[in-house]
Design a protein around this ligand. Structure first.
Ligand SMILES: Nc1ncnc2c1ncn2[C@@H]1O[C@H](COP(=O)(O)OP(=O)(O)OP(=O)(O)O)[C@@H](O)[C@H]1O
Ligand SMILES: [Mg+2]
Length: 504
């Protein structure tokens, strides 16, 4: 395999802290190269240096053996390097064709657009790559997965030799992810190289030719395909082995606290949703995206309005505003953490303090000392890195931002119910295990924990009771004993295999 990209001795510091310590990274022609590492290991930073978002402090970058200098995104593009961002950069009100030719329109004499020609080229590209879109589709009508394909088309039109994907499947469902994998393999067969960043081990095993593993800003290994196995990868990433204890179902004690949701209806989706969740247990809610799972959590938390039904904690009706619900001791970790869970420009301490101000008063004023102590406790309890309480959340890595949102609720001493929507999207394996442990510890302390997750493996691993939602209704509730991933997937598609089990 010929070498396409070489990054040699790349270093980068932010305010004097080294986050890349002489990284060497090589990608071959037509290779799918995986990049893994714990949250904060430096993956996104390395990519941002390669694509001109940040300047590197030192190091050399070569394409096809020739040194190149990248100071902007257009330098990267001119060198055939392109990146599919998590926050996609398309213009929703334009069509697919208009978006992919944006800034590289074909024209007669630089004035008139060659619309027919662009249309034909777009169609050819779609056909060649077997994408399921049309040149005239408006981007705002497309789902995230299809928008991603538009971004890929844009890169291909620029003749990108290297396409970088930073956690591309984070917001895709299983079928959409499968489709993306097909597209990636197809790109490879046409000679394009791919850098693939993901926390999902199974995707890495299924797809990559080689895997580079970063730990604390340094490369700890480059594995060829045949040496990639789960135990080795996890050990290299986090420097130790994870124990995979068997799941044991926890049943609720008779005196356990109970959250009772009865006949919940909403204008848009929820249709007589009823269930009970008990202290001491983790209730997992599965089902397809759009089945109403997040809406249930948001209704309990007082964010979404419900038209009928009731929500009671130990018989007492819950208030219906988020502010009062959180003071009551109920926390929500929302699905869209970056927009709803955090104020990115505030620092870690300030974010942690947000739902806890009522606990921070000293006579009439908020005590700065207590606020800081609370922040430090939060940082330690989930080993948030870097552990500097003054760092703004926008400068934390994706996974560490998520930890801040979870951790702020853990600081409420009166926490009665924790609602968590997709707890580990974007979280590395080590931190995942920590988060599972923390949820279990909370449950053991008598807290009610309700988790919505699209990750079926996760659902089976952590939940004591599993509730499957379909089209705004509770389809089935099961005790998580001897359940397989198939049972869950079948239920989500309306097929019952196990008898319902409503006794907790
Ligand atoms: N603009 C910035 N200012 C200060 N520190 C930063 C900045 N960008 C990144 N960092 C720090 O650099 C380190 C590496 O972050 P990076 O985003 O590269 O991690 P990552 O490997 O992509 O993690 P994740 O899996 O969580 O996305 C982190 O400690 C992060 O806080
Ligand atoms: Mg990242």
């Amino acid at each position: 395999m010929n070498t396409l990209l070489q990054m040699i001795g790349i270093e980068k510091s932010f305010s004097g802290v080294k986050v890349l310590k002489g990284v060497d990274f090589t990608v071959g022609e037509g290779e799918i190269h995986g990049l893994m590492g714990e949250n904060g290991a430096g993956k996104s930073t390395l990519i941002k240096i390669l694509t001109g978002v940040y300047p590197g402090n030192s190091g050399v970058i070569r394409m096809n053996g020739k040194e190149i200098f990248i100071n902007s995104r257009s330098d990267a593009m001119a060198n055939g390097i392109s990146v599919i961002y998590q926050e996609l950069s398309l213009i929703p009100t334009l069509t697919v064709m208009e978006n992919i030719f944006l800034g590289q329109e074909l024209t007669f004499g630089k004035v008139f657009l060659k619309k027919k020609e662009m249309h034909r080229r777009a169609e050819q590209l779609i056909e060649k790559c077997r994408f399921d879109i049309k040149p005239d589709d408006l981007v705002e009508t497309l789902c995230v997965a299809k928008r991603q394909t538009v971004e890929i088309m844009k890169s291909l039109l620029l003749n990108a030799k290297l396409i970088i994907m930073d956690e591309p499947t984070a917001s895709l469902n299983a079928a959409e992810s499968e489709n993306l994998f097909k597209i990636i393999r197809n790109l490879k067969s046409q000679g394009t190289s791919i850098v693939y960043i993901s926390h999902r081990l199974e995707e890495i095993y299924a797809m990559v030719d080689r895997l580079t593993i970063l730990r604390d800003g340094a490369v700890v290994g480059v594995l060829p395909r045949e040496q990639i196995d789960p135990v080795t990868v996890v050990r290299m990433m986090i420097g130790k082995c994870l124990d995979c204890a068997e799941h044991t179902v926890h049943d609720a004690a008779s005196e356990a606290a109970v959250l009772e949701v009865t006949n919940l209806c909403s204008e848009t989706l929820l249709d007589h949703v009823s269930f009970r969740a008990y202290g001491g247990q983790i209730l997992g809610i599965g089902g397809l995206v759009g089945s109403g799972r997040s809406e249930v959590l948001r209704s309990i938390f007082g964010l979404d309005h419900y038209t009928e039904g009731s929500i009671r904690y130990n018989g007492e009706a819950l208030p219906r505003s988020a502010r009062e619900v959180s003071r009551y001791g109920i926390g929500l970790v929302p699905e869209d953490r970056r927009n709803e869970g955090l104020i990115p420009l505030l620092n870690i301490v300030e974010n942690m303090a947000l739902p806890n101000y009522d606990q921070l008063y000293e006579t009439a004023f908020v005590s700065g000392k207590r606020e800081r102590q609370l922040g430090m406790r939060g940082i330690e309890s989930l080993s948030i890195r870097p552990g500097d309480p003054n760092i703004r959340c926008i400068n934390l890595s994706g996974g560490n931002q998520q930890k801040v949102v979870i951790s702020k609720w853990l600081q409420r001493k009166d926490l009665k119910v924790l609602l968590v929507d997709e707890p580990t999207a974007g979280i590395d394996v080590g931190a995942k295990a920590e988060i599972y442990e923390i949820m279990r510890r909370l449950a053991n302390q008598g807290c009610i924990v309700i988790v919505v997750t699209s990750d079926v493996e996760e659902l089976i691993k952590i939940a004591d009771q599993i509730l499957i939602m379909v089209d705004g209704k509770v389809f089935q509730q099961m005790r998580n004993e001897n359940l397989t991933q198939d049972d869950i997937l079948l239920a989500a598609s309306r097929i019952k295999r196990k008898e319902p089990d409503h006794a907790n």
